[in-house]
Design a binder for this molecule. Structure first.
Ligand code: GLA
Length: 331
């Protein structure tokens, strides 16, 4: 066995730009200071992890065939990484995490990225994210985009990331020190079994009629007959535009406009994309009338999870006051 190493892989919060990544659109997440830590040594013929969060350990042989059959459930994500990256040696270690599971803060992406680094993955940030996205799809069956894995792999301290999910170019957006990003837990959710996959199909149906949504205009939507498909397209096209406008507003220090765009994004996810829930809607409504809150919206895949707010420092007592953090690394 080799010497002990420590891997830190952060969760992420998406500030704006949801349900755009799998059509090659724009997203603006940041890696956060809620993170997963793996400590252990390389060697052996299996990846063996004990977690402080889970009663059963994960033990995944390096020749695992189908990650979706691994037990216990969380071992599927470890198995997904092993099946995609085929590490030369196994790993034995322990895992702890401050990322709440089932909250939409990418605990599974952090696990994948952490396991890939622990087992010696040596590609670029984008290659790491792509491998882990494939692992996530194999493990969960959810046809996710690349945002979560890329945010965990490529975060930068003090910066959000405007990612073009078509070119996979990352523009690092400095997060000013006179605003806070606060994440408030709404309610538990799991994307597997949710209508997430159906949403990706509806976007594909829209693209079959009007071409790539990342290039389409709102005017083109009139060519879509199915009203649900038209609504989904309306969300994606307008959300891409909001990401651009949000980034420009932040660069000018115009937090009011940035906050309004977050609220518009929430409304679009609620009305056109139908990924919010009544609990998340009332949380957003109660936050945006608070003094010092510029904007708030549901964040991530939806159907539960968290709300993210942009505020003046100290405006909210509750929630995680998250800091833009470095991406996954070996310490
Ligand atoms: C989940 C997926 C991401 C992305 C978001 C919605 O977090 O894993 O790829 O699609 O939902 O923006």
């Amino acid at each position: 066995m080799s010497s002990e190493l420590t891997v830190v892989a952060p969760g992420r919060v998406n500030i704006i730009g949801d349900h755009t990544d799998y059509t090659g659109g724009l997203v603006l997440p940041m890696a956060i200071d809620l993170a997963l830590t793996i400590v252990g040594r390389r060697g052996g013929s299996a990846v063996e992890l004990r977690s402080t969060e889970e009663p059963e350990p994960a033990r995944v042989p390096l020749d695992i065939e189908d990650p979706a059959t691994a037990v216990p459930f969380w071992a599927r994500y470890v198995a997904g990484v092993v099946a995609v990256t085929r590490p030369a040696a196994g790993f034995a270690g322990r895992l702890s995490s401050t990322i709440p599971p089932g909250a939409g803060l990418s605990s599974s992406a952090a696990l994948e990225v952490g396991v890939a680094l622990a087992t010696g993955f040596s590609g670029s940030v984008v290659e790491l994210a792509q491998a882990c996205q494939t692992a996530e799809k194999l493990a969960s069956g959810v046809p996710c985009g690349i945002m979560d894995q890329l945010a965990s792999a490529g975060g930068r301290e003090g910066h959000a990331m405007m990612i073009d999910c078509h070119t996979l170019n990352i523009d690092y957006v400095p997060m000013p020190s006179d605003v806070e990003v606060v994440v408030i837990f709404g309610h538990h959710r799991q994307l597997a079994g949710s209508p997430y996959a159906q949403r990706t199909q509806q976007c594909a149906a829209a693209e079959a009629i009007i071409g790539p949504l990342r290039l389409a205009t709102l005017a083109a939507i009139t060519r879509i007959e199915d009203p649900l498909v038209a609504m989904r397209a309306h969300h994606v096209i307008s959300e891409n535009q909001r990401v651009r406008e949000f980034s420009a507003a932040m660069a000018k220090g115009d937090y009011r406009t940035a906050g309004d765009l977050m609220f518009d994004s929430h409304q679009s996810l609620r009305n056109d994309f139908e990924t919010s829930t009544p609990e998340m809607d009332s949380l957003v409504s109660s936050l945006i009338v608070e003094r010092g809150v510029f904007g708030a919206r549901m964040t991530g895949g939806g159907f539960g999870g968290c709300v993210v707010a942009l505020t003046e420092p100290g405006a909210l007592a509750d929630g995680w006051h998250v800091k833009a953090s470095a991406g996954a690394h070996i310490r």
